[in-house]
Design a protein around this ligand. Structure first.
Ligand SMILES: C[S@@+](CC[C@H](N)C(=O)[O-])C[C@H]1O[C@@H](n2cnc3c(N)ncnc32)[C@H](O)[C@@H]1O
Length: 317
């Protein structure tokens, strides 16, 4: 599909763990690859280059601006690259059997989850607590509820739970009360100032509203639900011997990913008397601890909190 954006040139995003992604996916010439988080197209470009001259890549993103920027960047690959607008939670419908882009199972699928630098930095997207903008936070501004609308309908218990669960915010209750007392909220910086006052955090290295904004963003975009749905879809998309690689940027996502991978690989499954799983697993973990962005991509500040995990689908017995 063709997507246009007024500002594709302003879409600057530094990809994390580029070499590690190509290695983890075991990219080689030919093959079919799926990037569920196309973003600025940095990882996709590396995959297309390493799979040349004939590897093909389907790139999905829910953000039309990202899709437009990546499509411009990857245009030189011609028909080897296909862009699809949508959520990776819907990946089976968007890129699976029966979809217009399906050409057979994929040799590897990448999810580099979270937000892109332009989403965070462009105040008009409403993610930033430093640069004032409309309180939006939708990665796909064409659909769904904004953060302002979310805050309008939540009660104290719901907001407290959200800040505690998705922001791991120890002062969730008092922050939630101050937010509800100050409604309605329409702009990001006034909300961030309210959170800073209510939290009472002083001298902290991170902005006092960091955890609150993370929690709201996760809920507005149903980020953990999306991850669950993509994990459930992987088996119907990836070829035996193919790999699923996930990069996450905070502990909640990494925990969800680690847990799901262990289940898929049967690590915690019931074992027989010889220590063999009762049901043979269909996947195997590639490395137990994953790759730390801090170590493997030390010069890239975006990679500081990144962790890459890989799982491989076993060949049919
Ligand atoms: C960290 S950026 C990806 C950067 C990309 N790997 C690169 O090298 O430029 C994450 C991207 O994933 C997209 N995204 C996040 N969650 C998504 C979802 N559930 N479905 C589709 N795209 C999603 C965001 O819109 C954003 O563009």
């Amino acid at each position: 599909m063709t997507v246009t954006s007024p500002t594709p040139d302003l879409f600057v995003h530094q990809s994390v763990l580029l070499d590690a992604v190509v290695e983890a996916l075991d990219v080689r010439p030919g093959g079919r690859w799926l990037d569920g988080t196309l973003g600025g197209g940095g990882h996709s470009q590396a995959i297309l280059e390493a799979s040349g001259p004939d590897g093909v890549l389907v790139g999905i993103d829910r953000d039309p601006a990202a899709l437009a920027a990546a499509s411009a960047r990857l245009a030189r690959f011609g028909e080897r690259f296909v862009a699809v607008h949508g959520r990776f939670g819907d990946v089976l419908d968007l890129a699976g059997p029966g979809s217009p882009v399906w050409q057979g199972p994929y040799d590897g699928m990448l999810l580099d989850i979270g937000v892109s630098s332009p989403q965070l930095d462009h105040a008009d997207r409403g993610f930033s607590f430093r640069n004032d903008g409309p309180l939006d936070m939708r990665m796909d501004p064409t659909r769904g509820e904004t953060a302002a609308q979310l805050l309008d309908r939540l009660d104290l218990d719901e907001l407290t739970r959200i800040l505690r669960t998705y922001g791991e915010e120890p002062r969730a209750h008092r922050i939630a009360r101050a937010i509800l007392d100050g409604r309605p909220w329409t702009r990001t910086v006034p909300l961030a100032e309210c959170v800073a006052r209510a939290s009472g955090y002083r001298d902290s290295r991170t902005h006092p509203a960091t955890r609150t904004f993370q929690a709201l963003r996760i809920v507005v975009n149903d980020e953990l639900g999306e991850l669950d749905r993509a994990l459930a879809a992987a088996d119907g998309l990836i070829a035996p011997g193919g790999r699923l690689v996930i990069i996450s940027f905070h502990s909640l996502e990494d925990r969800a990913c680690k847990h799901a991978f262990r289940q898929m690989a049967g690590v915690d499954a019931d074992k027989d008397a010889y220590g063999n799983p009762l049901t043979p697993p269909a996947w195997r973990l590639v490395g137990r601890r994953g790759v730390s962005g801090k170590q493997a991509d030390a010069h890239n500040p975006r990679a500081r909190s990144a962790r890459l995990r890989t799982i491989e689908k076993l060949p049919l017995p």
